[in-house]
Design a protein around this ligand. Structure first.
Ligand code: NAD
Length: 479
């Protein structure tokens, strides 16, 4: 059976009947055959989204009613949580409990933004006697959303929910590596009362559907989540049509651990920040900056944790699942070789697991690279795998300098019992989010999220994200 596209409220085949296969990275087995959106399908989806914007059933709907639909979506995601989590785990390979968290976070996005749908307000601006001036925040229009494979349902919901709350219509293009839960999201939306065209889901390749969507002259806004190189190309295409973009790109986020930190707390946080989702997280804490005098004691704790982790198929709920694809696995493997060549020492992992039972999947061991120096490639480039680059520093000045010596600036973590040290570093670190004695906040639906530097621009999550999906109209009355 073919998993069809969702365009204008209907499940349809691709215009040319084309399909692609999706594989379970835990086993290498076929998971599904999915309709592959063409340029014509993208145009149909964009037209359907515009028609929804003009319709009474979406564009003309009272904001409170949009919120009610979104609350029903949140509830239905929760009602179907186990089914969605299992599908996400098989599609992406992530451990079941991570997939369960992702599904709950997706529900929370709809719930959070449902509550905002009828509270998107403007201002009155005092011009003096004889004038009334006010602003209205109108939906920006058709939002094109291109998302990656690493957190499909979470990142799908992250963009779709604020856009719908603002009254936009959405064309969502999931990655061809893991498109399944985005399609379920589209189905759920329709079942919960979204009218045709308000949410279209068109899986397809980047080179065809992605390019067609990013360059489409009729989209009004674009949210792109993915790699820097692809993001630059997407932003250029959007610029041709003067379409504003949100760019959620990569990272090389540092966890800075001082000698006075609570080591058990910090080791758990640092390990989770890199090994969650097998390191395939934009905000992965992929650099450890460890105060030199604490190096041995802290690294010993991390080594113990990494070696104790059970790697296996996502649905068996291991500590860590596989890498998304053979290609990505080979990239991770290559980087470990690069690090070793540069003088880093493998303190844990560093290879595929030897368990023959895992032979068909794309597994890699949780890996710690020790004695890394700040300019090594493994300290500078996003590996997107379970590989932590561990770098030593002597004092807070050096910690700031190393933390900021990166083209990226997405997230950062600081671990210390000294609030002055923590606040001093937090104010000087160049990153969109700073965590102190914690990391990630379990999805952080309420917290503005986005990059400094090449990690991107624009903000998702929290109230800040509404700025991307609304535009301000000023109305001036003379009386
Ligand atoms: P990717 O850039 O290869 O693909 C992302 C999406 O873009 C996919 O849907 C893909 O089909 C599409 N795409 C590919 N080529 C395209 C093109 N030429 N035109 C239009 N669309 C195109 O990224 P990926 O491998 O799927 O994901 C990993 C990357 O995403 C990492 O760099 C990671 O850091 C980043 N990421 C960032 C965030 C964030 O919020 N900042 C979140 C998750 C992942």
């Amino acid at each position: 059976m073919i998993e069809q596209l969702i365009i204008n409220g209907e499940r349809v085949n691709a215009s040319d009947g084309g399909t692609f296969d999706v594989f379970d990275p835990s086993t290498g087995e076929l998971l599904a055959t999915v309709a592959k959106a063409t340029k014509a399908d993208v145009s149909r989806a964009v037209a359907a989204a515009h028609a929804a914007m003009e319709s009474k059933t979406w564009g003309g709907l009272a904001p409170a009613e949009r919120g009610r639909i979104m609350n029903r979506i949140a509830q239905t995601i929760r009602d179907r949580a186990e089914e969605l989590a299992t599908l996400e785990s098989r599609d992406n390979g992530k451990p079941l409990r991570q997939a369960r968290t992702d599904v709950q976070v997706a529900a929370r996005y709809f719930e959070f933004f449902a509550g905002i749908a009828d509270k998107i307000m403007g201002n009155t601006i005092p011009l003096g006697p004889g004038f009334l001036d006010f602003t209205v925040r109108e939906p920006i229009g058709v939002s094109a959303q291109i998302v990656p494979w690493n957190y499909p349902i979470q990142i799908g919901a992250r963009g779709v929910a604020p856009a719908l709350a603002a009254g936009c219509a959405v064309v969502l293009k999931p990655s061809s590596e893991a498109p399944m839960t985005a399609l379920r999201l589209g189905e759920i939306g329709l079942a919960c009362g979204l009218p045709p065209g308000a949410l279209n889901v068109i899986p397809g390749t980047g080179s065809e559907a992605g390019v067609a969507l990013a360059s489409h002259p009729d989209i009004n806004q674009l949210t792109f989540t993915g790699s820097v190189d692809v993001g630059i190309g997407v932003a250029k295409m959007a610029a041709e049509n003067v379409v504003p973009v949100v760019m959620e790109l990569g990272g090389k986020s540092p966890n800075v651990v001082f000698a006075d930190a609570d080591f058990d707390l910090a080791a758990a946080g640092v390990a989770n920040a890199i090994f969650q989702n097998a390191g395939q997280t934009c905000s992965a804490g992929s650099r450890l900056l460890i105060e030199r005098k604490a190096h041995d004691a802290f690294v010993a704790k991390l080594v113990e944790r990494a070696k104790a982790m059970r790697v296996g198929p996502g649905v068996s709920d291991p500590d860590m699942g596989p890498i998304i694809s053979k290609k990505q696995l080979e990239t991770v493997e290559r980087y470990v070789g690069v690090g070793a060549g540069e003088g880093a020492q493998v303190a844990a992992g560093g290879a595929r697991p030897s368990d023959p039972g895992l032979g068909k999947g794309y597994y890699f061991q949780p890996t710690l690279l020790d004695r890394v120096t700040p300019d090594m490639r493994v300290a500078q480039e996003e590996i997107f795998g379970p590989v932590l680059a561990m770098i030593e520093f002597d004092d807070i000045e050096q910690a700031v300098e190393i933390a900021n010596r990166s083209q990226y600036g997405l997230v950062s973590g600081i671990w210390t019992r000294d609030i002055n040290k923590a606040m001093s570093l937090a104010s000087r670190i160049k990153a969109g989010q700073v965590y102190i004695n914690t990391y990630g906040a379990g999805g952080g639906v309420e917290l503005p999220f986005g990059g400094y530097k090449k990690s991107g621009y624009g903000r998702e999550k929290g109230l800040e994200s509404l700025a991307s999906y609304t535009q301000v109209k000023n109305v001036c009355i003379k009386y």
